[in-house]
Write a protein that binds this ligand. Structure first.
Ligand SMILES: *[C@@H]1O[C@H](CO)[C@@H](O)[C@H](O)[C@H]1NC(C)=O
Ligand SMILES: *[C@@H]1O[C@H](CO)[C@@H](O)[C@H](O)[C@H]1NC(C)=O
Ligand SMILES: *[C@@H]1O[C@H](CO)[C@@H](O)[C@H](O)[C@H]1NC(C)=O
Ligand SMILES: *[C@@H]1O[C@H](CO)[C@@H](O)[C@H](O)[C@H]1NC(C)=O
Ligand SMILES: *[C@@H]1O[C@H](CO)[C@@H](O)[C@H](O)[C@H]1NC(C)=O
Ligand SMILES: *[C@@H]1O[C@H](CO)[C@@H](O)[C@H](O)[C@H]1NC(C)=O
Ligand SMILES: *[C@@H]1O[C@H](CO)[C@@H](O)[C@H](O)[C@H]1NC(C)=O
Ligand SMILES: *[C@@H]1O[C@H](CO)[C@@H](O)[C@H](O)[C@H]1NC(C)=O
Ligand SMILES: *[C@@H]1O[C@H](CO)[C@@H](O)[C@H](O)[C@H]1NC(C)=O
Ligand SMILES: *[C@@H]1O[C@H](CO)[C@@H](O)[C@H](O)[C@H]1NC(C)=O
Ligand SMILES: *[C@@H]1O[C@H](CO)[C@@H](O)[C@H](O)[C@H]1NC(C)=O
Ligand SMILES: *[C@@H]1O[C@H](CO)[C@@H](O)[C@H](O)[C@H]1NC(C)=O
Ligand SMILES: [Cu+2]
Length: 668
């Protein structure tokens, strides 16, 4: 089967007559992978281009793919002792490897096309309790595992089969360089995909690692519209086998759309709702056991004395987890699609939206003390979860082959349940970034001034009922509230209302190398904050930025004092796309304005993003307009999505609501 597939791929490759892919670099032979130019290819059809099954193939043979490169003088080393190398030039020693600057160079892969359907499922049951509110990708939870190889062009067509919701799919953490229109945020980069309609997302896989794709339409991902996405590439440590992605999630037995009113009205004067919504279960790859009623757990079986690559993704709505396997350490090799210098730990804190690749060293058969089964634990971190009941944190099992017992007897390690990110000092990217230090002017000039995060109350926009005052979270004076019929990318010359919360940035002077800086402050009374008022509520917020990896210059548990007391790291700080803002502290972030477009920045707690905790970065508006002029097909698709949405939305039969309101949250 697989062999046949390879043959088909090779034949398809040999039939290629024109080259696609990365031609941003001029033809030159001197610098590393830049030699990967068409001019260097000996096109005699005798040499075989690299075609190989990427290491760490899925358990299910139907999910297996081949990497196919349009690069005839290159080969794949195919060794579990050389995972850092992806492709080697056969003669000149160049490599695509873990130290290749993937922001500039990537191999020339093929185009891969996928199609997924967003469906309603009233029969879902993930933990023993029916969940009639489910919305799924292709009828499964999590959705299908989408895979590609480093350098591929990926096209994902999404068809909306829901009757009463729009949708839009975001590829979390994918840089979308020059591809803002593909970012999948309704009201920002597109109109929602109307029921019955489709939209094709296209991107170049310049990064590699594991991430997830999920709906960005209101609270929809919390109801199930999410799945894993892996781009196969090199790893900073060696390994023998891999385990399919593990999605750690929390779950609520009612649709997030039903429970959202609790977030809105908790603590509002005159409201009977006292507390925000609570989650009911922990799920590992869509499986959980509410109050122990399902006698089955997520489990995976390993061989002794081997190294396994684990791909972990936290897809929670509201929970930061600690992930651990009893009596095992693991080596962390990648965080949020950024390869890092390997470090060893016995437990891993994974915030919502964060992803890690880790290598698990299994015990040799002779050293297991007759124990062949171990609990996999997912422990909600202190103060970073809101569960209704006491939970069993033993939601998974690691079996060694020939295990004898169904349930492990192992004990939990001595780690603490502190809600934090992995330690700042440990997350050292392989590819060094040096950040241009802030000048005095930069310190007065942060992208979002007075950024204290508050819980305030306001009246919902149109059509409001006078009495509807609801909670909102905001990072500045206003909660975000996007307009589905008029996304930011279609309104670049319009005026943005206060609830668009748009901050414009542009490429800075060359001395700054385009770095822009922001401070985001948590619960803190000393900061002047927005003039409008609001309540300071201690809560840790996982802050996610689209279109960029950012550098984390400082992450502090201590209150923010002023611009002059910052202690910033400029030399190779942690780099990622989701960072946990500590509950009473602050973070300082630097990002390079090198990707024109409209990009959302938001808290990844679904309730908070819905309640307004987001803003938009409008990056180099004029360059973005020029870029769109050259993206005629993408603009055509955008316009069509808006026409379709308009038609659907104008028909009141499609979205009847008791209070006449359709959009009751920020929209993202
Ligand atoms: C990656 O490849 C380059 C040559 O293209 C080489 O100089 C470098 O040492 C390699 N790095 C690793 C980690 O293998
Ligand atoms: C989703 O389902 C459709 C129809 O059943 C199928 O054609 C498609 O390949 C599936 N997509 C993925 C990514 O598995
Ligand atoms: C899913 O189906 C149920 C039952 O028909 C319906 O009440 C619900 O509105 C549907 N959801 C969406 C988003 O279309
Ligand atoms: C989405 O669908 C749910 C039903 O599952 C409904 O309650 C909600 O109002 C819809 N919201 C929007 C904004 O489409
Ligand atoms: C992105 O767009 C800019 C501006 O148009 C251009 O200079 C650059 O080469 C583009 N990069 C890629 C990878 O397409
Ligand atoms: C809204 O917030 C203000 C100031 O925090 C408070 O005085 C007022 O009572 C709140 N309104 C409602 C309806 O909760
Ligand atoms: C382990 O997982 C398999 C399916 O992958 C399931 O059939 C089995 O019941 C699970 N074992 C336990 C003890 O939960
Ligand atoms: C996932 O993220 C949430 C929110 O940050 C957190 O409470 C939960 O503990 C995380 N899960 C894991 C396994 O780290
Ligand atoms: C885990 O690593 C620590 C520190 O390197 C070491 O002290 C400990 O013995 C290791 N534990 C296991 C189970 O390998
Ligand atoms: C086996 O027992 C030794 C000594 O008590 C202990 O250090 C080691 O961690 C145990 N190994 C496993 C796999 O539990
Ligand atoms: C959204 O934009 C449309 C088109 O410009 C406009 O008619 C409508 O009033 C806007 N809606 C809101 C809530 O601002
Ligand atoms: C930030 O707060 C200071 C002190 O209250 C105030 O003078 C300034 O106008 C505020 N800036 C913005 C942009 O709100
Ligand atoms: Cu938040």
């Amino acid at each position: 089967m697989r062999f046949e597939y390879w043959m088909i791929s090779i034949v398809r490759f040999l039939g290629l007559s024109s080259f696609v892919g990365n031609d941003q670099e001029p033809l030159q032979e001197v610098q590393g992978p830049a030699s990967l130019s068409v001019g260097n290819v000996v096109n005699d059809n005798v040499q075989t281009p690299p075609v190989f099954e990427p290491p760490g193939a899925p358990e299910n043979p139907d999910d297996r793919i081949s990497c196919v490169y349009d690069m005839e003088n290159w080969k794949y080393p195919d060794s579990s002792e050389k995972r850092a190398v992806w492709l080697q030039h056969k003669t000149n020693g160049y490599e695509f490897n873990i130290s290749t600057d993937y922001e500039k160079y990537w191999p020339r892969g093929i185009t891969r096309k996928y199609h997924v359907f967003v469906n309603n499922d009233t029969k879902a049951n993930w933990d023993g309790i029916d969940f009639p509110g489910a919305k799924l990708l292709n009828g499964t939870f999590p959705g299908p595992w989408i895979q590609a190889c480093w350098g591929d062009e990926v096209e994902i067509t999404v068809t909306n089969n829901l009757a009463y919701n729009g949708t839009a799919i975001h590829m979390h953490g994918i840089r979308m360089l020059n591809q803002s229109l593909m970012d999948g945020v309704p009201g920002v980069t597109q109109c929602p995909i109307a029921p019955g309609k489709s939209f094709t997302y296209k991107f170049t896989a310049t990064q590699y690692g594991t991430t997830w794709y999920h709906s960005h339409y209101s609270l929809q991902y919390s109801d199930g519209v999410l799945g894993p996405l892996t781009i196969h590439g090199p790893t900073s440590d060696n390994w023998d086998y891999s385990i399919d992605p593990i999605l750690l999630g929390d779950h609520n037995h009612r649709s997030a759309f039903q429970d959202y009113y609790q977030e809105q009205f908790a603590g509002i004067k005159g409201s009977a709702v006292k507390a925000p919504p609570k989650m009911t279960s922990i799920l590992l790859n869509g499986r959980g056991s509410y109050a122990g009623i399902v006698p089955e757990k997520y489990n995976t079986t390993v061989k002794g004395g081997k190294r396994y690559l684990l791909r972990l993704i936290n897809t929670s709505t509201d929970t930061t987890f600690i992930f651990a396997i009893d009596n095992h350490n693991f080596t962390v090799v990648e965080a949020d699609l950024v390869p890092i210098k390997p470090y060893i730990t016995d437990h891993l804190a994974i915030g919502i939206g964060q992803r890690y690749h880790v290598v698990l060293n299994t015990w040799p058969d002779s050293q297991r003390n007759e124990t062949d089964e171990f609990w996999i634990r997912t422990v909600p971190a202190d103060h970073c979860n809101n569960f209704r009941d006491t939970l069993d944190v033993r939601q998974g099992i690691l079996y060694y082959e020939a295990h004898k017992s169904k349930w492990p007897q192992t004990n939990e390690g001595p780690y603490k349940y502190i809600c934090r990110d992995e330690p700042f000092d440990k997350l050292q990217p392989i590819l060094n970034w040096n950040i241009t230090p802030l000048t005095e002017k930069d310190k007065q000039d942060f992208v979002i001034p007075n950024s204290t995060i508050m819980l305030a109350n306001w009246s919902l926009p149109s059509p409001p009922k006078e009495s509807d005052v609801v909670n909102n979270w905001n990072a500045q004076e206003h909660p975000i509230w996007v307009n589905y019929t008029e996304p930011t990318v279609k309104n670049l010359d319009g005026s943005f209302g206060p609830n668009a919360v748009v901050y414009s940035v542009s490429a800075k002077d060359s001395a700054h190398k385009n770095w822009n800086y922001m401070v985001i402050i948590g619960n803190q009374k000393t900061n002047p904050g927005p003039s409008k008022g609001g309540r300071l509520i201690p809560a840790a917020h996982p802050i996610h930025m689209h279109g960029h990896d950012f550098a984390l210059l400082q992450q502090s548990d201590e209150p923010y004092v002023d611009q002059n007391s910052l202690k910033l790291t400029y030399n190779n700080p942690p780099r990622r796309d989701v960072v946990l803002l500590p509950r009473n502290g602050f973070i300082v972030i630097a990002f390079r304005a090198d990707n024109p477009g409209a990009w959302a920045v938001h808290c990844h707690i679904a309730w908070h993003a819905s309640a307004g905790l987001a803003f938009q970065i409008l990056e180099d508006k004029d360059m973005f307009k020029t870029l769109m002029e050259s993206q005629k097909d993408d603009v055509k698709q955008l316009n069509q999505s808006c026409k379709d949405w308009d038609i659907w939305f104008k028909n009141p039969k499609n979205h009847w609501h008791p209070d006449g309101r359709f959009q009751d949250d920020s929209g993202i």
